[in-house]
Structure formats: structure tokens, C-alpha cells
Design a protein around this ligand. Structure first.
Ligand code: PMP
Length: 408
């Protein structure tokens, strides 16, 4: 992978040549083609894809459909109409939980892991509170869902299982295909949701091979714009979801008694209102960008960076740091500098060394139940990072012993 050529495609680095960006798990930087695609919509298309009575409206609608289809291929969905545009993974997960409300009753069980992001915890707690169902936890061994023990927690009461294939802190991969096979063998009625917000760029997504029921992800973590994401579901299940948003474009009739309206088919019934059209154009360009590089190459490069970072940390910072996920393949490094609060380290790196990392519990607020330190530093790699970036990080930590010492 020609790292320099790739990096040159990200205007962020032209405008911030001295910054090192290690927070791609929170949001990735955007290549020029994504920014151009957004600009292209506003500058050339301008029209609403719901209005196809003009040539330009038709052209916007055609692009819109092509992008939906591109995303279908990217995740290997069966039909374009199973791809629902939302504002992001958080919205998608909320739509699933809200939309299933009528199917859940008192005593039912919803299973998640302790590593989930708040977006894959709170919608389920709210659903449980409203229906008197119970949220329970999936068994984990070495930070992965334990397939053997899984057989003991799936019962006739299990209605929903929701887990991230790549959790946003430790990043140990859960294989959706194997997990879903175990669940459905015991109880084929369980609805399985995969939070792919991180996984979408760390492993190939194949919803048909996995036999998932729903997945959720955001464009902004995969080189696309903010404010746009995907809810995918099996057609028959999407049709059962009660829409979270009601309004224009999603119904065919409203009667004057107000109570009775007929919903359109998919995807419209779950896309009330005017969509984020410009960012959908940007999203399409982000998928093109990934396909051009190939997802496999991106994943492999991130693995190499992770491996190099672990080696360098072990060689040069061994007595100073604790690493929590050294053997996770995924391109994130979770660590703490001994006896120094993570945010002090992150602020020091960010403000004195221009190295942008993330600190805290990373919105996975139950993580403290499975690792000793709830708050950690997260360094997340992407294709625009280099081995030299990692050398700078290691040097910045190693050289700042005095400063960090004062923080104790
Ligand atoms: N799930 C996981 C695992 C995440 O990492 C995130 C974002 N940090 C989300 C869900 C929510 O994504 P968004 O904020 O884009 O809606």
C-alpha cells in the first residue's frame, strides 16, 4: 500500500501538516473524493430525489438508487430495498429497539455484552423498562463471546441478542457467523442484531453468510460524511418495525380521523422526511474509495500498524505502560501510562505533541466490569497513519517521563 499517495488524498493533512491523527475509531478523516462528491451534489444536482418529474430530479434519484445498491453489495444484502438510510449507527439501533417494541413482552430476555457502546446498551435498557423485559449479558472469555457458554444462556425466553462484531475499546473480534449459528440452532426465533459501527472497516461484512437479522453502522467511521448511516435488516423483519419517525414520504394515505395511515413499502416507510442527500453522495464516494484500495488491504495495513505499535511499546515503554489488548488483531491499542490518569496523558499528547488520541471509557460504560481500569487511552490506526507516526507516539510518551511524573 502506497501510504504517501493515500495520505495525499486527505486534505486534513495539507491543512494540519504537523498533526498525527490516531482517533479514527471515533471518526475517520475524509478523502478529497468524498468531499468532492458532497460538493458535486450541491453544485450540480441540487434536487430532491423524491421529485423525479425533471431531468435533474431524475438524475439525483438515479444516483441515490445506485448508491443504495453499492452499499447493498458492500455488505452482501439480498435487496437494495433492505438498505435504510439513517443518520448513523445510533439512530439505526434506536430504530431497531423502538421498532420491535410491540413484539416484546414481560419476562422476555435481551442479551448484550459488557463491551457494548452506549448506542447498543441504552436502546435495549429503555425497551426492557417499557416492556418489563430483562437485559442480560452474554458470556465472554478472553474478551470474546464464548461459543460454548453461549449455549447455556440462549433459551425460549431469549428474544433479542445484540453485540458488536468489533467492540470499540478492546477490539477483539466476534465472528457473527459462528455466534448466530449457535444462537439460531437453539432458538431460531431469536432476532440477532450486529452493531457493525467499528466492524464495518475491520472485517468483511456479509449479512447473508452471517444470517444476521439487523445490522447498523455509520459512514463517518469509514471515510464517509457525518450524519449518515445504515440500518440493514431482513426484508420480513424491516416490515415488522414500527417507524421511529413519521412524516413525509413514508405513507401513501392519511385519513382525516388521523389514526389510520398506510405505510409505503421499503425503504420509504423507514425513511420519513427528506434524507441527507448530499451526504449520501459522499457515502457513495467513500464506498468507492474503500473498494479501490480494497477492504482486505486496509485491514491488513491496520493489522501491521497495530503489530508494530505493540512491538515498539514493548521494546521502549515496557515499564511505563500497561497494554490491555496486545493480542487483538484489530488496529487499536488500548493502554495506560502507569500511575498517570489517561486524560492527562491524552491532553499532553494532544496539546504538546499534536498527537490526537482518545481517553476515557469511550462510551462503553460497562467496560470497567471486565478490565481493571475503566478509563484508558485509545490509539486507533487507519490507512493514513505511518510507522513513523507510531515512532513519534512512542517517543512522546518516553520523553515525557518528567511531565508525566508530575501528574502523579
Ligand atoms: N457502536 C460502536 C461500537 C461505536 O463505536 C459507535 C461510535 N463510537 C457507535 C455504535 C455509535 O455510532 P454513531 O455515533 O456514529 O452513531
Amino acid at each position: 500500500m502506497d501510504y504517501k499517495k493515500i495520505r495525499a488524498q486527505f486534505p486534513f493533512f495539507k491543512n494540519n501538516p504537523d498533526q498525527i491523527y490516531f482517533d479514527s475509531s471515533a471518526t475517520s478523516l475524509k478523502p478529497q473524493i468524498v468531499i468532492d462528491a458532497i460538493n458535486n451534489y450541491y453544485s450540480h444536482y441540487g434536487t430532491n430525489p423524491h421529485n423525479i418529474d425533471s431531468d435533474l430530479g431524475y438524475a439525483t434519484n438515479t444516483q441515490y438508487k445506485m448508491i443504495r445498491s453499492k452499499i447493498k453489495h458492500f455488505i452482501n444484502a439480498k435487496k437494495d430495498t433492505e438498505i435504510i438510510f439513517t443518520s448513523g449507527a445510533t439512530y439505526s439501533l434506536n430504530q431497531i429497539a423502538y421498532g420491535l417494541g410491540d413484539l416484546i413482552k414481560a419476562g422476555d430476555e435481551i442479551l448484550i455484552t459488557r463491551q457494548e457502546h452506549g448506542a447498543n446498551i441504552l436502546p435495549w435498557y429503555r425497551l426492557a423498562a417499557e416492556t418489563k423485559a430483562q437485559v442480560k449479558f452474554l458470556p465472554e472469555t478472553n474478551f470474546k463471546i464464548d461459543l460454548e457458554q453461549l449455549t447455556k444462556v440462549i433459551t425460549a425466553k431469549t428474544k433479542i441478542v445484540s453485540f458488536s462484531n468489533v467492540p470499540n475499546i478492546l477490539g477483539y473480534e466476534n465472528d457473527p457467523r459462528k455466534i448466530i449459528a449457535v444462537i439460531k440452532k437453539i432458538n431460531p426465533h431469536v432476532i440477532v442484531v450486529v452493531d457493525c459501527a467499528q466492524g464495518i472497516i475491520h472485517m468483511p461484512t456479509d449479512v447473508q453468510k452471517w444470517d444476521a437479522d439487523f445490522i447498523a453502522f455509520s459512514a463517518h467511521k469509514i471515510f464517509g460524511p457525518t450524519g449518515i448511516g445504515i440500518l440493514w435488516g431482513k426484508e420480513e423483519l424491516l416490515l415488522k418495525l414500527k417507524p421511529l419517525i413519521v412524516g413525509g414520504g413514508m405513507n401513501t394515505r392519511i385519513q382525516s380521523n388521523g389514526a389510520d395511515y398506510i405505510l409505503k413499502g421499503l425503504p420509504d416507510r423507514l425513511e420519513g422526511g427528506t434524507s441527507n442527500i448530499a451526504d449520501i453522495f459522499g457515502f457513495g464516494a467513500a464506498i468507492d474509495f474503500i473498494n479501490m484500495l480494497t477492504l482486505e488491504e486496509i485491514i491488513s495495513y491496520m493489522h501491521q500498524l497495530k503489530q508494530y505499535a505493540v512491538e515498539q511499546f514493548n521494546q521502549k515503554l515496557k515499564d511505563m505502560v500497561i497494554i490491555y489488548n496486545a493480542d487483538a488483531k484489530v488496529g487499536t491499542l488500548i493502554f495506560n501510562v502507569k500511575d498517570v490518569f489517561c486524560q492527562d496523558v491524552a491532553t499532553h499528547l494532544g496539546s504538546c505533541n499534536k498527537i490526537i488520541v482518545r481517553s476515557g471509557d469511550h462510551c462503553a460504560r460497562l467496560i470497567g466490569e471486565i478490565i481493571p481500569d475503566k478509563n484508558t487511552i485509545r490509539v486507533s490506526f487507519s490507512i493514513y497513519n505511518s510507522y513513523e507516526d507510531i515512532d513519534h507516539l512512542v517517543a512522546a510518551i518516553a520523553n515525557e517521563k518528567d511531565f508525566l511524573g508530575r501528574m502523579i
